[in-house]
Design a protein around this ligand. Structure first.
Ligand code: GDP
Ligand code: IMO
Ligand code: MG
Length: 425
């Protein structure tokens, strides 16, 4: 059984927690796109882990974790993350963490180029995580990137790095930023390469042989569908295909081998960075921030917050082919008197069921809301669907109807145990 777990909104839906919950029955956990722009929080046995590049399956013993070809890897950050997890008592070996030889490398200079590009955009900035993601995928598309395969032979690596550091520095200088120290950059990458080398392999046959042997593979999506470079709120998107298709191109496991696709969604909506957000609401943002919730796992930025956007979710469920939705953070709505769901947008005299493409059209979209009664009751101790208040269950059902996809589980707290199957699938 091969399962895709995809963020259905603008990221931070709680994919880490859902993956962790599903890993128990998985053999492999695979990251297939994005990079250290991702921040996946898992709380297990009261301990908090934030994963950026390492698949969340690393927290379970006996699982094989794969950073596949579609991911862009910052080698120094990956080494730092591995070390940090090891300090937290997590076992990481070349047997339980495999890195694709086809994955592209984020250089420290890519991060600086990212920051320089954002600065140049001024008030039109994307609000990136400044992890060098866009510049690295741009190099991949321009066919000038460095890949993990280049790490295998140190002599060869020095040659390719020397050339690439020079051209990347030229780009940085063109953007008006000072060049990075070439020797320092080279040494940092070479040192990380020594640590990562034993993990690098051709992961495509490994995964396909696992499929053949009937193993269970879990694909850990990063970011969210509306940050997808094709389907998202372009240009306010990330630089990879965050949707279901990206799991296949990013891993070499064919679409014909995928059995189940789960969309992870919050019971409300959040977004970090710039870009359209029709259901954004200051009151719900203040309320959630006041509870100490909704601060970014990667950048610490307060997340923008709003009501459930059925237009976005309906679109997302369509182009991802979701079989079911895993809802998280339902407890975030526990004390709301009334709860709103956006069912459509009003754009001038048109009613839209799906998001527009143009930014100028987004600016004209007004959400059309349906209001439901809140349950005003703490749900964090509930362990079964029947224990949830009636109004709460009615909200979850209505949510599924608006999106056109049933909700199969709800989260009522960040802990591993706080996931409740709904029986709706
Ligand atoms: P990801 O990037 O999709 O893995 O999500 P993040 O980890 O960036 O953000 C999700 C946040 O919600 C984290 O702080 C999680 O610990 C938290 N979380 C996930 N599910 C629940 C839930 O059901 N209830 C509560 N209260 N928090 C949750
Ligand atoms: P996870 O996996 C939320 C957003 C950034 C910015 C846009 C482009 O934790 O859900 P980038 O650095 O990728 O070029 O930034 O995408 N973004 C995320 N937002 N969660 C993420 O990952 C994100 N990764 C990127 O805030 O708006
Ligand atoms: Mg996150």
């Amino acid at each position: 059984m091969n399962t895709l777990v995809i963020g259905s909104q603008w990221g931070d839906e709680g994919k880490g927690k859902v993956i962790d919950f599903l890993t128990e029955t998985a053999d492999f956990v695979v990251r297939s796109q994005g990079g250290s722009n991702a921040g996946h929080t898992v709380i297990a046995a009261g301990k908090k882990y934030v994963l950026h590049l390492v698949p969340s399956g690393i927290l379970w013993p006996g699982k094989v974790n794969v950073i596949a070809n579609g991911v862009v890897i910052n080698p120094t950050m990956l080494v730092e993350e591995i070390r940090g997890l090891q300090q937290q008592g997590v076992t990481i070996t070349p047997q339980n963490l495999l890195i694709s030889d086809r994955a592209h490398v984020v250089l420290p200079i890519h991060k600086q180029i990212d920051a320089a590009q954002e600065e140049a955009l001024g008030e039109h900035k994307i609000g990136t995580t400044k992890q060098g993601i866009g510049p690295t995928y741009a190099d991949k598309a321009r066919r000038i990137g460095i890949r993990m395969a280049d790490f295998i032979d140190p002599k060869h690596l020095v040659e390719v790095l020397t050339v690439r550091i020079k051209t990347a520095n030229e780009e940085l200088v063109r953007l008006g930023w000072p060049a990075a120290d070439p020797q320092e950059t080279l040494e940092a990458v070479m040192a990380a390469a020594d640590v990562l080398r034993p993990h690098i392999t051709n992961t495509i046959p490994v995964l396909n042989e696992a499929v053949k042997a009937g193993k269970n593979i879990l694909f850990e999506g990063a970011q969210g569908a509306m940050l997808d470079i094709d389907f998202g709120t372009y240009p306010f998107v990330t630089s990879s295909n965050t949707s279901a298709g990206g799991c296949c191109t990013g891993s070499g496991v064919a679409p014909t081998r995928i059995d189940r696709t789960i969309g992870v969604c919050k019971a409300y909506t959040t977004r970090v960075g710039e870009g359209p957000f029709a259901t954004e609401d200051a009151e719900i943002a203040d309320y959630l921030h006041g509870l100490g919730r909704e601060f970014g796992a990667t950048t610490g930025r307060p997340r923008r917050c709003g009501w459930t956007d059925g237009v976005v979710l309906r679109f997302s469920a369509m182009f991802n082919g979701f079989d079911e939705m895993a809802m998280t953070n339902l407890d975030g709505l526990d004390h709301m008197k009334t709860i709103k769901i956006c069912t459509a947008y009003k754009m001038g005299d048109q009613i839209l069921s799906y998001p527009p493409a143009l930014m100028s059209d987004w600016a004209k979209c007004e959400p059309i809301y349906e209001e439901l009664p809140g349950w005003q009751q703490d749900t964090t101790g509930c362990t079964a669907w029947e224990q949830l208040p009636e109004a709460c269950r009615a909200y979850v059902k209505r949510f599924g109807e608006v999106v056109g996809c049933p909700v199969s589980s709800v989260g009522v707290g960040p802990d591993r145990e706080q996931t409740i199957p709904t029986g709706l699938v």
